[in-house]
Write a protein that binds this ligand. Structure first.
Ligand code: PMP
Length: 459
């Protein structure tokens, strides 16, 4: 007789009552969920007693690693002192005020203002309304179109999924909503053809200018983009891409929304990836690393100019019950203190990035691995049957990626697949020896996947 909370029993109850995000429910019920029970540092424990190296920092968010008591203490104290209050109707509270100030200090340029949300998706919903409201307040109500990119990910709410460029999401729920235009992504490996990466980067950047001219500058409110596409497969653009995009943004009167939900708070070695690429956003989406995932919180960082216009345009009729939730804000503040005072962001930029880059790139020596690229502590590699021609597998996209992910799990490594790309984004507190372990398990898993691919005739 199995105990009430045996893995089997938990899986049965889960399958009966819990609908999982981005999941085929029927298939999951057949194979059963993996139940994570606790975590410490970069390691997860599951209900079967396995210890897994979390190469994904949860969902790209657990920057400071698991098990930091300081955050639990701050949350407990805040819950006792003021567990909830809102910031509507002429009220505020100390954690919201302190966190706003700290974010203004950390943010680049003049992003000195923040509108809080509960998540990255909500923040992008805010951004869509904010930029349209901004232009209307400036007497340009026709400026409503937001240009985004295919294969971008900006969240799952109606506005955020519309802004995103995931066709599988658009198919469900009649998306995108009005006024969103998509241009192509800077994914050289998959779409670069015979061009050099530099030529391709320029060509893809210039699609922004072509789109602005096609729909008319007078109708465009903003361009939104992730500095490095995350959920789309960790697509690190060619070096020529961002300078050309910034040149185009400077030339036209449109706003730039940098979605730093994944890249922000040290992931790429600077506090924000826009600093890595020398970009000048007017609005920045933040979430995830803001609280290291210990409490849900997101936000929109807003420039002086945009904030000034919004402030002088009457009520901004927008807000969430959990905008600047005091417990989340207090936890975020403590997380930012740890990231800063423990030198975690500095360590990523000074030592870990180059150590990790070298180790990660060594995976490209495997016969089934095409390029293996990283920036800071976010990385991808492409599985391919032919590195030279950058060929795709004949099987349905994602078949080989899924085989590889399954091998990773069985080797106690959490590495995600996006199609036939493998991606990682480990906690920023990972040590050199843990990086070695990650690479060792990744190599072993890729190698086992390679054998399986060959034996199944997928090669
Ligand atoms: N933007 C980006 C770039 C993201 O990666 C994500 C989440 N993966 C979101 C927005 C949405 O954030 P959330 O899941 O917190 O709503």
């Amino acid at each position: 007789m199995k105990s009430i909370d045996s893995t089997e029993n938990l899986q049965r109850i889960d399958a009966a009552h819990h609908i999982h995000p981005f999941t085929d429910g029927k298939q999951l019920a057949e194979i059963g969920t993996r139940i994570i029970t606790s975590a410490d540092g970069v390691f997860l424990k599951d209900s079967e007693g396995n210890t897994l190296l979390d190469g994904m920092a949860g969902l790209w968010c657990v920057a400071i690693g698991y098990g930091r008591k300081e955050l639990a203490d701050v949350a407990a104290q805040q819950m006792l002192e003021l567990p909830y209050y809102n910031t509507f109707f002429q009220t505020s509270h100390v954690p919201a005020i302190q966190l706003s100030k700290r974010l203004a200090e950390l943010a680049p340029g003049d992003l000195n203002h923040v509108f809080f949300s509960g998540s990255g998706s909500e923040a992008n919903d805010t951004n869509l309304r904010l930029v349209r409201h901004y232009w209307a307040a400036k007497g340009k109500p026709n400026k409503q179109i937001i240009i985004s990119r295919w294969n971008a990910y900006h969240g799952s709410t109606v506005a955020a999924a519309s802004l995103g460029g995931m066709k599988s999401m658009h198919k469900q729920g009649a998306l995108p909503i009005f006024g969103i235009e998509h241009i192509n992504q800077p994914d050289w490996w998959s779409e670069g053809g015979d061009m050099t990466p530099e030529e391709f980067g320029l060509a893809r950047a210039r699609e922004l200018e072509a789109k602005i001219l096609e729909v008319g500058e007078e109708n465009v409110a903003a361009f939104i983009a992730e500095p490095i596409q995350g959920a789309g497969g960790v697509i690190i653009p060619p070096d020529s891409y961002w300078p050309e995009v910034q040149r185009i943004l400077n030339k036209y009167e449109i706003l730039f929304i940098a979605d730093e939900v994944i890249c922000g708070f040290g992931r790429t070695g600077e506090w924000f990836a826009t600093q890595v690429y020398n970009l000048k956003p007017d609005v920045m989406t933040i979430a995830k690393g803001l609280s290291s995932g210990y409490a849900p919180i997101g936000g929109s960082l807003i420039s002086d100019e945009v904030a000034e216009v919004i402030k002088n345009a009457g009520d901004f009729n927008h807000g969430y019950t959990y905008s600047a939730h005091p417990v989340s804000a207090a936890v975020a503040l403590e997380n930012l203190r740890i990231l800063d005072e423990e030198g975690i962001v500095d360590r990523v930029s000074d030592t870990l990035s180059s150590y990790f880059a070298k180790k990660w790139a060594s995976l490209s020596e495997h016969p089934m691995v095409g390029s293996a690229n990283s920036k800071g502590l976010v990385a991808s590699l492409v599985l391919t049957p032919n590195k030279e021609s950058r060929a795709k597998f004949a099987s349905e996209a994602g078949t080989v990626g899924l085989i590889c992910r399954e091998r990773c799990f069985s080797n106690n490594l959490v590495m995600r697949h996006v199609g036939d790309r493998m991606i990682v984004s480990p906690p920023l507190i990972i040590t050199e020896s843990e990086i070695d372990l990650l690479i060792e398990r990744a190599w072993k898993s890729i190698d086992e996947a390679y054998e399986q691919v060959k034996s199944q005739g997928l090669w």
